[in-house]
Design a binder for this molecule. Structure first.
Ligand SMILES: [Zn+2]
Length: 277
């Protein structure tokens, strides 16, 4: 097939393909949806001057700038305008928390925290998690991310079911640390920022049960023991390993003799590796 033959046919082929897509889309969106890999939905065409409308938007929010006549010229120079880029950086980006909206966790969204290398854009002070409609208080009202809060709620539900089946008692409260803390890993003086410094970690020291007892990591952790508290703690530790990316308990090191540390830090290139100790 020579260039001269194939070249003029291309527009026709494209037109035919487009027509086919339109027909398919009209005939059955569902059929296309079921095979998304083979035929992904077509994206909207990208506007030629994508930067310009964004620049105009930010302009319109600045009451001081009334010079509408030179909008176009300003939009073109926008990327080099240091003031405007700085203004963008000052904008506060926070995200909604579905678990908060659904009531799975109870808490309050705080202002973003930025302290050097520590910080979190959407910190949430979590007072309680819901387990099967019951409010289970977090005694330390930890400041953590939405994802950690939601994962903690799921974990607590799993542990509650096990504890109830094993002992007849249910979790009434979780004794926690403060969550966010700007410090280095293991409270060292050098090294990496702890996941606590990113609002990405929470510590659990004990489970308070509705029969008045408490199951504490310091007092009751004993791998291999058949005692109820030890079994509940062993289950709690291992269940966390299925949800968090880092789980550290008494077997990790002496620093964790009295609490479980859970976080959602990224391990490995794909953020899927887990540490369970
Ligand atoms: Zn910790």
């Amino acid at each position: 097939m020579s260039q001269a033959q194939s070249q003029p046919k291309r527009p026709l082929k494209r037109l035919a393909l487009f027509g086919l897509l339109v027909v398919l889309a009209m005939a059955g969106g569902q059929a296309i949806g079921q095979d998304e890999e083979a035929m992904p939905p077509l994206p909207e065409p990208r506007p030629a001057d994508l930067a310009a409308p964004a620049a105009e938007d930010s302009e319109s929010q600045e009451p001081g700038n009334q010079d509408a006549g030179s909008e176009e010229a300003e939009a073109e120079s926008a990327p080099e305008d240091g003031d405007r880029i700085e203004g963008e950086r000052e904008r506060v980006y926070q995200v909604a928390c579905p678990a908060l909206i659904s009531g799975q966790i109870e808490g309050e969204v705080l202002e973003p925290i930025a302290e050097g290398t520590c910080g979190i854009s959407t910190p949430i002070r979590i007072g309680a998690v819901m387990i099967a409609g019951r409010r289970v208080e977090l005694t330390g009202s930890p400041v953590i991310s939405c994802a950690v809060g939601e994962t903690l709620a799921q974990w607590a539900g799993e542990v509650d079911a096990f504890a109830h089946a094993r002992t007849g008692a249910r979790i009434s409260a979780l004794r926690t640390g403060p969550g966010y803390q700007c410090r280095l890993r293991n409270r060292a003086s050098t090294g990496f920022v702890s996941e606590h410094g990113l609002g990405n970690a929470v510590d659990i020291t004990a489970l308070e049960m509705d029969d008045g007892s408490a199951i504490s990591v310091l007092d009751d952790w004993e791998r291999g023991s058949d005692a109820d508290p030890a079994r509940v703690l062993g289950f709690a530790h291992d269940a966390a390993c299925g949800r968090f990316t880092t789980v550290l308990g008494p077997e990790a090191n002496a620093l964790h003799a009295d609490h479980f540390h859970f976080d959602l830090g990224c391990h490995g290139q794909s953020c899927r590796a887990q540490i369970c100790e």
